[in-house]
Design a protein around this ligand. Structure first.
Ligand code: F6R
Length: 610
């Protein structure tokens, strides 16, 4: 969702800021804009559509300066258009802001500001911020005016302010929306996310909620909303610039699919030794303090929620711990009663998803403990949680989550093994087998990827279909949900639904007719025969069965219209392996349909508003 960049320093602000903004394209957006400060005034340029269209506009009349704020907007209040695109300027054109989030009390503030004579040009909630600062700055310095304005806002914001009267300072602040500071050599940055600034610096300062920053080319000065100084060390990010580039692949999604063997190797590294699982000291202490009757609640959104559903099977069956899995957006409003014996496990790639973050905060207010499974270091959820298990998948840029998902599943498997052994729930032989299965994953994923051409051929055959079902049972029921999500996410022409195969007879089967493609997850498991029966039912109605089955399963051949095989693994780990053909299938169907795979319309990588 909305990408923010602020730049001040020795470089050409327009080109540096736009370069950084382009690296946030993956967040999803529908318009873009920039305000550049030259020696005299602010110059604002905006455009609906892609950043390249803004760059084209700028090429005709290039503004030059040493400071800029720019923005890619994912519309919430007001249609995607030039006037609603950020930055928004005050009445005099002296101040401009960019904002990510939603200001919930904007209507009442706007009414007041209109009565005070301010002129509004857009339909956005954001514009009230700049007029509020303008109003307050009539009586106090800009820094105080900015802080006092923020104190009047209700809702989420990451916001940057630029002022023609303050050429050597930018201001920024965050509350429940992501904003980081980058410190370079004679230059400094605001950004929504680390990949934006990786080609300029790896020195980052992470902000907490309700913190304000005065940024000069020399670096940041942090303070609270009340103006009290805040001390914070910078962190050096380990992600490489290369990891945030396409590296010869046509799309980030394909690159990230192929990175999975390495990503899982990183997830496992130093954690799995023989059949022993080790976590860092803080996580180990956290896990060792869980009570015998601890209640586990997994919360997450989208793909991460599907990972949670797989985790439920593992933790309940192998570690014998009761688990509830909830969509974070439901959990936060459910009114559940949590307590000291409740642990909430928040699964999130970005660590910034608004609903998951709100669920984490709610759990903490009720006295529950929070463990995060997260990819992005020092993200909001990672910092809120009592302990974090990082997935170490590296930056995930494509909107469709792939390597983050399989690395989340791998962490859940490690967690299961750790807790199952600690609680003496797993016979030694089974624990060893499970650990061997985990260690073998990178090689198995390589083998699954080697089958890409076969998956591509199946995708080509069904690329013109417009409806798909995905069916699975037990651990591969969440895989069916995930496979369908991948396809509909990146191929907006297609409707795809995932179901528990046993549910088919309770409704969905009524739609099946000649040629309707159904993707079955039919790897070897205790429910294999039941899945075969479900395949029979679809065949009886002349549906087309695309079957994902275990290598060497010759029996299934006669049931499948198209067969895709995956290496055999422990039943509990099979969703990690079956994810590969599901992702590749979605990718190649979308590619055959000419879809915008890395930035599907209307979607955002990191959903930072409710
Ligand atoms: C799907 C996808 C989304 C995310 C969801 C949660 O491919 O990317 O469904 O999984 O928005 O995001 P995180 O994991 O960042 O909390």
């Amino acid at each position: 969702m909305c990408g923010i960049v602020g730049y001040i320093g020795k470089g050409d602000a327009t080109s540096v800021a736009l370069d950084c903004l382009a690296r946030l394209e993956y967040r999803g957006y529908d318009s873009a804009g920039i305000a550049v400060l030259n020696s005299k005034r602010l110059e604002v340029r905006k455009r609906p559509g892609k950043i390249k269209e803004l760059i084209e506009l700028i090429r005709q009349r290039p503004p030059h300066g040493h400071a800029a704020v720019c923005h890619s907007r994912w519309a919430t209040h007001g249609e995607p258009s030039e006037r609603n695109a950020h930055p928004h300027a005050d009445c005099t054109g002296t101040l401009a802001v960019v904002h990510n989030g939603i200001i919930e009390n904007y209507a009442e503030l706007k009414e007041r500001l209109l009565a005070e004579g301010h002129r509004f040009r857009s339909q956005t909630d954001t514009e009230i911020i700049v007029h509020l600062v303008e109003e307050l700055a009539k009586r106090q310095p800009i820094e105080t005016a900015f802080r006092l304005a923020l104190k009047q806002l209700r809702g989420a914001y990451a916001v940057c302010l630029i002022s023609a009267k303050e050429p050597h300072r930018l201001f920024g602040a965050r509350n429940s929306s992501p904003l980081i500071v980058g410190i370079g050599d004679g230059e400094a940055f605001f950004a929504s996310d680390v990949p934006a600034i990786l080609s300029h610096t790896r020195r980052v300062v992470y902000l907490n909620d309700e913190e304000v920053v005065e940024l000069t080319a020399g670096g940041p000065r942090l303070m609270t909303l009340d103006g009290k100084p805040v001390q914070r060390e910078s962190t050096t990010v380990t992600w490489s610039l290369e990891s945030a580039r396409k590296g010869g692949y046509p799309h980030f999604m394909l690159k990230e699919i192929h990175e999975q063997p390495l990503a899982i190797e990183h997830t496992l590294a130093n954690r799995l030794v023989g059949d022993t699982v080790r976590f860092d000291r803080r996580t180990t202490q956290f896990l060792d303090r869980l009570s015998d009757d601890e209640q586990l609640i997994i919360i997450a959104c989208g793909t991460a929620y599907h990972a949670g559903l797989v985790g439920e099977y593992m933790l309940e069956e192998l570690a014998r711990i009761p688990v509830d899995v909830d969509l974070a957006s439901e959990f936060r409003y459910r009114g559940s009663r949590l307590g000291r014996r409740t642990t909430v496990i928040a699964i999130t790639q970005s660590g910034e998803t608004a609903d998951t973050l709100a669920g984490v905060k709610m759990a903490k207010t009720q006295g529950a403990k929070v463990l995060a499974i997260c990819n992005v270091m020092s993200s909001s959820i990672a910092r809120e949680a009592d302990a974090v298990i990082y997935t170490h998948a590296g930056p995930e840029i494509a909107v469709a989550s792939t390597k983050a998902y399989t690395s989340q599943l791998t962490v859940l498997a490690l967690l299961t093994l750790y807790l199952a052994k600690k609680r003496k729930q797993l016979p030694a032989a089974q624990a060893k087998r499970f650990a061997r299965g985990l260690a073998a994953l990178p090689a198995l994923l390589e083998r699954a990827l080697a089958n890409e051409q076969a998956v591509k051929a199946v995708a080509a055959k069904y690329a013109s279909a417009r409806n798909f079902y995905y069916l699975g049972r037990r651990h591969n029921y969440p895989s069916a949900l995930e496979g369908a999500l991948k396809l509909k996410e990146i191929c907006p022409l297609i409707h795809a639904e995932g179901y528990a195969a046993g549910e088919m007879k309770h409704g969905p089967i009524s739609l099946i007719r000649k040629g309707w493609p159904v993707v079955f997850l039919a790897t070897r498991s205790p429910v294999y025969e039941k899945i075969v029966s479900n395949i029979e039912e679809v065949r009886a109605r002349k549906g087309e069965c695309i079957v994902i089955a275990s290598e060497g399963d010759d029996h299934i051949r006669c049931y499948a219209d198209r067969l895709i095989t995956v290496p055999q693994t422990d039943e509990f780990l099979s969703p990690i392996v079956t994810a590969i053909p599901l992702q590749l299938f979605a990718y190649h169907v979308a590619a055959a349909n000419g879809c915008d795979i890395d930035q599907p319309p209307n979607l955002a990588k990191s959903v930072t508003v409710e």
